[in-house]
Ligand binder design. Structure first.
Ligand SMILES: [Zn+2]
Length: 107
C-alpha cells in the first residue's frame, strides 16, 4: 500500500499524497508569499483538517528540500530581508539549522 509522503496515511492509488494533504498543498500554493505566517496557519486550519495531521504535513521533508514550514519561513525571511534592503536569500536548510540550534539552547 502506498503511503502519503507527508503524513504517512494511505495515499491515493496513483498518487504520492493523500486527499487531505493534496488539499493542504493547494492551500499552501494559494497562501504562500501573500500572508503572514499566522495567517498562513489560520488558512490551513480553515480546511478543517485535523491539527495533528496539519503538523505532520508542515514538518514533513518529502523531497529533501526542507519541510513546508521551513520553506515558507525561508520565503518570508527572504522577503523581509529584501524589504530591509539586505540582499541574499534565506534557505529552508538554513532555517532548519537555526531552529535546531535554538532547540538545543532551550534544553
Ligand atoms: Zn497525507
Amino acid at each position: 500500500m502506498r503511503q502519503c509522503v507527508y503524513c504517512s496515511d494511505r495515499a491515493r492509488l496513483f498518487g504520492r499524497v493523500c486527499a487531505d494533504c493534496k488539499k493542504l498543498l493547494a492551500c499552501v500554493q494559494e497562501l504562500r508569499g501573500k500572508v503572514s505566517f499566522g495567517q498562513f496557519l489560520d488558512g490551513l486550519e480553515r480546511t478543517g483538517i485535523a491539527k495533528e495531521k496539519l503538523v505532520k504535513f508542515l514538518h514533513a521533508d518529502s523531497d529533501g528540500k526542507g519541510s513546508i514550514q521551513d520553506q515558507v519561513t525561508a520565503e518570508m525571511t527572504t522577503e523581509l530581508m529584501n524589504v530591509m534592503g539586505i540582499s541574499g536569500r534565506q534557505t529552508a536548510q538554513e532555517v532548519k539549522r537555526i531552529r535546531a540550534s535554538v532547540d538545543k539552547d532551550s534544553d
